[in-house]
Design a protein around this ligand. Structure first.
Ligand code: GTP
Ligand code: SPV
Ligand code: MN
Length: 589
């Protein structure tokens, strides 16, 4: 008897017409074999993988993508539900039949002369009831190897699927990496994604944003849980108590750095559980519990160095899990190591830039692509939490939201209660970054850092957040932060990175009731001297500026929020609309 999985593979063979089919077992031997294949295979004139200096970066390989394929393509990403309203104004929409017709046209026979890799994988630790079964096919050996780092690839997935037809199906081909034939189509009602024409990150590793956020958020809406663009971390106090936080920041706004933080305050420790995605369930004790469905980091390289993120540097130099990949960084020819802005203070003299050209340091351009990344197993991380594989996840006491804002948003404040927190998260704005193709530095609304990742109507999503709040008894505290406020000279006013722990410590004190608050227009602010600034010579005026509410800035902010809310019409919950009108009154608009 053919299983549903067999039938899917047969259907894919008939559609894609590959020369060979390879079903992955997830073993290390297999990974070594596939790396060998990648070292010999070319995509668009580029060798798929090149070995890097094994002493400096063990088990590490370098990949250069096509220059037109270096980031998520939000304008080519669609949610194809029966009606446009289900997808909402936050998504591009296409009729599912039309979308499929278009994609089948692209996919037909596209794997002639290629191998089809069949990747069975589990998102979440396989014994957990929250884990989900998935299968992706791809013709990119780089994607296949990346998937093995980012998720649990192999036999366990096939065993878990068994005779069931209930698994996520991902269909992927790099095609000829032509942006005119590039689409990432989601079919939440069919647990299906079809992605053509890109080999990059979130466009191609379908377990990541496509499944674990867009499809999973839709499943969560139906089933009563949340799939979020969030880190998970444990903060251990000098007494040994661990408090778990979630943190949502838009792409390239500091998640990976926060979850691998080495605290600046003595006696504290951060335990890493996840740097990008959290699946959040209501536990039997009516508390929120979170798991990380992923098993690796696909992290931003620029800015990562021993000064800013020593734990990630150690992770990248760890040889535990094979392999580690570097994509679109520069290469230091002197010792064949990957190089990017921020990994060393001085620029090496003999660099190849991310496109493989000799780097001209007078060009004014960076050598590494601003969205160059590393793909590395979470098991390489020295601060990996012992609770990482906990089947029910970890109990959540605090949720942090943050954006990248040169002005308007204070360094930190707290929401008064769950619903105010949902409102605060729903009005999150952030400057666009290199993680998605398009203009940089534009402020846009990015509620819960989920604008590009919510697989259904965001109005319904806000209702869902409020509903989850009604089902829990012990509500986590909700905070808003902004590490990126700038002074008149365009300089960051807050040092960020390890000093962010000073703010985390204040949150801990708030959770434990050890410090009070000052109530202001937008929420609860730290009392005088309650942020631990020991060993840090920041001026009192600088702190005041970092925590300032500028009324003119906020009037502008409110009009941006209103514009955003208006797109959703009466889908915006009444409670959130009331919060907005209260805010308007406080600022006299
Ligand atoms: P995605 O993987 O795209 O979801 O990004 P992310 O949210 O994990 O962001 P990440 O931690 O990789 O940081 C993105 C960029 O911001 C990097 O260049 C970091 O060096 C920089 N960054 C992170 N934290 C801080 C901070 O506290 N202050 C400043 N100034 N920069 C930071
Ligand atoms: C992001 O853009 O938020 C990322 C990178 O984490 S990607 O996998 O490309 O989505
Ligand atoms: Mn992300």
């Amino acid at each position: 008897m053919l299983t549903s999985l067999d039938l899917f593979v047969r259907e894919m063979r008939e559609l894609l017409i590959p020369d060979n089919i390879y079903i992955m077992d997830g073993s290390r031997d297999e990974a070594e074999k596939l790396v060998g294949v990648a070292q010999k295979s070319e995509v668009g004139g580029r060798v798929s993988l090149e070995k890097l200096n094994d002493e400096e970066y063990p088990n590490s390989y370098y990949h250069r993508s096509a220059p037109n394929d270096v980031a998520r393509a939000e304008h080519l990403t669609y949610v194809c539900t029966d009606s446009k309203e289900q997808a909402g104004p936050n998504n591009n929409w296409m009729d599912p039949q039309e979308a499929k017709k278009r994609m089948v046209g692209f996919f037909k026979g596209t794997m002639k002369g290629r191998t089809m890799y069949v990747i069975p994988f589990v998102m979440g630790t396989p014994k957990s009831k929250y884990a989900k079964n998935c299968v992706q096919v791809t013709d990119s050996v780089y994607v296949a190897l990346s998937m093995r780092i980012m998720s649990r690839v192999g036999k366990q997935a096939i065993e878990r699927i068994g005779n069931s037809s209930d698994f996520f199906r991902g269909v992927h081909s790099i095609g000829d990496v032509n942006p005119d034939k590039r689409f990432i189509m989601h079919f939440p009602q069919e647990n299906l994604v079809m992605s053509f024409g890109s080999g990059y990150g979130g466009n191609a590793l379908l377990g990541k944003k496509c499944y674990s956020l867009r499809i999973a958020s839709y499943l969560g809406y139906k089933e009563g849980w949340l799939a979020e663009h969030m880190i998970i971390m444990g903060v251990q106090s000098p007494e040994g108590k661990v408090t778990y936080f979630l943190g949502a920041f838009p792409s390239a706004c500091g998640k990976t750095n926060l979850t691998l933080l080495e605290p600046v305050l003595k006696g504290y420790k951060i335990w890493t559980l996840g740097d990008d995605i959290a699946w959040i369930n209501v536990g039997e004790d009516k508390q929120l519990y979170a798991i990380n469905p992923e098993s690796g980091f696909f992290g931003v390289a620029p800015g990562t160095g021993f000064n800013t993120n020593p734990v990630m540097m150690k992770t990248l130099k760890n040889d535990k899990f094979y392999p580690t990949l570097f994509t679109n960084t520069a290469i230091n020819n002197f010792n064949n190591t990957p190089w990017w802005e921020g990994v060393s203070d001085d620029i090496p003299t003999d660099l190849r830039d991310w496109q493989g050209q000799k780097y001209d340091r007078n060009s004014g351009k960076p050598a590494a692509h601003p969205n160059s990344r590393f793909t590395v197993s979470i098991y390489n991380c020295p601060t990996l939490s012992p609770e990482y594989d906990n089947l029910k996840g970890v109990p959540i006491s605090g949720i942090i939201f943050g954006g990248r804002r040169r002005d308007t948003i204070p360094l930190v404040y707290e929401a008064e209660d769950w619903n105010s927190g949902v409102f605060t998260a729903s009005i999150l704005g952030s400057e666009t970054t290199a993680a998605a193709s398009g203009q940089l530095g534009n402020v846009r609304r990015d509620p819960m850092a989920m604008l590009p990742f919510c697989g259904y109507n965001m109005g319904d999503y806000f209702h869902h957040w409020l509903d989850v709040g009604k089902r829990i008894e012990k509500h986590p505290k909700i905070f808003m932060v902004n590490w990126f406020r700038k002074d008149e000279n365009g300089k960051f006013m807050w040092p960020g990175f390890k000093d962010n722990f000073r703010i985390i410590k204040w949150m801990l004190d708030r959770i434990e009731g050890k410090t009070g608050f000052k109530k202001r227009e937008i929420g609860l602010f730290p009392e005088e001297n309650s942020i631990d600034l020991s060993g840090f010579d920041i001026k009192k005026e600088a702190m005041e500026k970092l925590l300032k509410i500028d009324r003119e800035d906020w009037k502008r902010e409110i009009s941006m929020i209103e514009e955003f809310y208006a797109r959703f019409g009466n889908k915006i919950p009444v409670d959130l609309r009331n919060h907005l009108s209260n805010l308007r009154k406080k600022f006299g608009v």
